[in-house]
Design a protein. Structure first.
Length: 169
């Protein structure tokens, strides 16, 4: 009889541990469900605000600010040496969304002009295989990055090189 009572105690202890584990798992499920229930409004509101911001950006038309006749010295680099090949006169459109960004670009025009000239003259922006042709896409990417660096934000949506005319030396 003492063996039967020990078996019953062992079985009772084992099932108690199983119930304890089931109870803990059930508590976690209930707690997670309650947390989701109370936090889902906050999650949805943050998703709504980001989607509203994206919709607002889509609704605002792009506005162009023209930078005309920027005179930029162009150098061709080979190894450690560089050779002056002439000047380019460049017309650039800086595209922004919203009046705040438009005002920020207008206020920073002198700084942007200086930054554009510096970026173009220091980077190798010539088309591959030609030291006489400016790579417009590469130039646009470099100028957009430089404009956003100067303004300290993503105020500039895009930069377009409208015209680039080389003046030989």
């Amino acid at each position: 009889m003492s063996e039967n009572s020990k078996d019953n105690q062992i079985d009772a202890g084992g099932s108690g541990k199983g119930l304890l584990v089931l109870g803990l798992l059930g508590g976690l499920l209930v707690g997670g469900g309650l947390a989701y229930y109370f936090l889902k409004d906050q999650i949805q509101s943050s998703d709504d605000s980001s989607s509203e911001q994206q919709e607002q950006e889509k609704l605002e038309p792009l506005q162009a600010i023209r930078f005309e006749r920027l005179t930029v010295p162009i150098y061709v680099r080979s190894g450690n040496s560089s050779r002056y090949i002439g000047n380019f006169f460049i017309n650039i459109d800086v595209l922004v969304r919203g009046d705040d960004n438009l005002i920020a670009v207008r206020r920073s025009e002198p700084q942007l002009q200086h930054a554009f000239i510096s970026a173009i003259s220091s980077a190798d922006l010539m088309q591959e295989g030609s030291s006489q042709q400016l790579d417009m896409e590469k130039t646009s990417r470099v100028l957009k990055a430089k404009a956003n660096e100067v303004l300290g934000s993503n105020a500039v949506a895009d930069v377009s090189v409208v015209e680039a005319m080389r003046i030989p030396n």
